[in-house]
Design a protein. Sequence first.
Length: 301
Amino acid sequence: MRKMFLCTLLVMGAMNFCFGQMNIKTERITVKTYDTNGLLEQFQLMGSEAVDFDIPAYIKNNDHLERLTINGTLGTKLSKTIIKFDSKNQENPNSEYICKDTQEKSTPLIGIWGTGRNDLLGVNIEEVIPHTAAAIAGINANESIIEFDGEALNSFCDLQAAVKASTIGNSVELKLKNGERQYSKYVKVGSRGITTVNYKYCDEEPLQLITASNPNSEISLTSYPNPTSATSHVNFNSTSEEDIIFTVTDIAGSLIHKEVIIDFNGSLRLDYDLNNQNDGTYILSIQQGKDFYSNKVQLIK
């Protein structure tokens, strides 16, 4: 029997497996509760229920249980958030507050959905994700990739592994085929943001994290355009005139820029230039007192 691979997955470099489903959006949280006899209850939240689930409140309301675990994934084509909590592993289980220990990293991304060819000579491109490196390079869905930076491809898994091994910001050569015609296009490898959030008990009240603006609120942080090729226009409005701290970090959490703005009068307008940075995801944040606001911006030159 001829061996044939069918791997249909967004090339993101974060996975070490291939499977045949186009999982464009993932919103899933699994909760398990335990008593002294073992598993007491298990349920799963999907879609908007997962997104709106108040994890800190649920943890506090169930801290009498023998054990509580919460695990989930919230993801799109360009980003993924992994959620973790296990009451068994807590150092301060009697603390009053619930905090988030957040770790962020970026993985190589070119932005292609595809399947391995029946003849095992490359990958048929099914979809190119807008605003990604492949789209900017002019890669089209009617093309096939037969080589990635000089390495022949026999399956979509091969392409996934090649992207994973590449370096964000580097230019790679894709040898393409369309009918009988063969040619090359050059792609600057982009990135996909992966955030891991570990919930834990803490002794101090955490900052209030607000990641999206509420149109009915007088407090908001917006930044545009997104994606941007260089400059991000930042607008912040607040009912408080307390000083603010503006920071920019990369997806790995490294600080790129920080400034304190005093004599804040309730409205801030500034332009931040990302032109000296590599393509990828950046976090624009404003802290005011105990409130913390942030937006993610994708830089694609």
